[in-house]
Ligand binder design. Structure first.
Ligand SMILES: Cc1ncc(COP(=O)(O)O)c(C=O)c1O
Length: 354
């Protein structure tokens, strides 16, 4: 018999089902590929790569750009294979046997898994019925359990709501342990806490190229923290954990990030339009969102998900056991045409049932 690591069998798996759909709005990806001008430059850059060399120059070129943009030192920036790798490493760095990691629920489902993987104890803190985080109670819990790491996703996935920067700062200022702020969707919110890193040595901000920059396939994310924190977290990474193709592509994308502004504006506009439209549907509760998706709740959520699937439209359905998310569906914002089609399909489903 193969002797696997203790408790590996009991490890929960990520429950996102990845199928392809004609309209795929289930994973908070960008439904548009790179802007053509950016794509052309990426392809040209890839043609010039030295595949025989480890990717030092490419890594530090991107680090340099990010550092400059946020007015921090390059020693304050670490890159990861998606922000997933960053988050997993932060959990690893502050986790370990007997350690407690506090995060809200419902939130990004991977926090629970990373806590387990780091052999530490996940300590979920429940959001209220409107998915708001009671900041004072959250701080109290972090202190009471003696957490080594607190995590907040801002804006929160899958609920879409966000803390204000004052609330984020209050958490950072009130706790002694490490505080990971997962800003995967922050470009759709516009209020990043990266500038607070200078003031709070416990604050670590994780960002990604997967959502706003439509780079989910390339797998690139980064974190910003004080230099001593990045020095320690850097110990948890393998050498050369980022590949040269990703780094070179991301370097160009970041140089050309202004090209993404119109589509970010379009997604924010579309999110508000979808929000207003969805609110007109009887029996559908719609939660306000600062991200690139909207969460809705309705009695026949599973049936609606199946109906949309029959039309080759994929949206995110949560298992009934997912905390607080019974009968909830999450819809990522796509192009105007995709959003119109998704909305009409939902409307037709509800009208047919009357
Ligand atoms: C809140 C949150 N954080 C992090 C991630 C990881 O994204 P990536 O690894 O693509 O950067 C996701 C992905 O959906 C997410 O929703």
């Amino acid at each position: 018999m193969l002797n696997y690591r203790r408790d590996l069998e009991k490890m929960p798996s990520y429950d996102g089902v990845e199928k392809s759909y004609r309209i795929k709005v289930n994973a908070n990806e960008s439904t548009m590929n790179l802007p053509p001008l950016v794509e052309e430059r990426v392809i040209n850059r890839l043609a010039m790569l030295a595949f025989n060399r480890y990717p030092n120059a490419e890594y530090y070129s991107l680090v340099g750009q990010i550092a400059e943009n946020f007015s921090v030192e390059p020693s304050q920036v670490l890159l990861g294979s998606g922000s997933s790798e960053i988050i997993e490493k932060v959990f690893h760095a502050f986790g370990g046997a007997g350690r407690k990691i506090v995060y809200p629920q419902p939130s990004f489902s991977m926090y629970k898994i990373y806590a387990k993987a780091a052999e530490s104890q996940g300590e979920p803190f429940s959001l209220d019925e409107n998915f708001n985080l009671n900041v004072d109670e959250f701080i109290k819990k972090i202190r009471e359990v003696g957490a080594s790491l607190a995590v907040v996703c801002n804006p929160n996935n899958p609920t879409g709501n966000a803390l204000t920067l004052e609330e984020v700062e209050k958490i950072a200022a009130s706790i002694d342990c490490a505080f990971l702020l997962d800003e995967a969707y922050v470009e759709f919110y516009g209020q990043s806490a990266t500038h607070l890193v200078a003031k709070y040595p416990n604050l670590i901000v994780a960002r990604t190229f997967s959502k706003a920059y439509g780079m989910a396939g390339a797998r690139v994310g980064y974190m910003i923290a004080q230099a001593e924190v990045t020095r320690m977290i850097n110990k948890t990474f393998m050498p050369y954990h980022m590949n040269v193709l990703t780094l070179a592509a991301a370097d160009i994308v970041y140089q050309m990030r202004d090209e993404f502004t119109p589509r970010l504006q379009m997604i924010i506009f579309e999110r508000e339009r979808m929000f207003e439209q969805l609110k007109t549907l009887p029996g559908v509760e719609v939660f306000p969102s600062e991200a690139n998706f909207i969460l809705i709740r309705l009695a026949r959520a599973e049936e609606l998900k199946n109906y949309l699937e029959s039309l080759d439209i994929g949206i995110r359905y949560f298992s009934p056991s997912a905390f607080g998310l019974k009968n909830c569906l999450r819809i990522s914002i796509g192009t105007i045409f995709e959003n119109d089609e998704v909305f009409s399909a939902i409307k037709n489903f509800l009208e047919a049932a009357q």
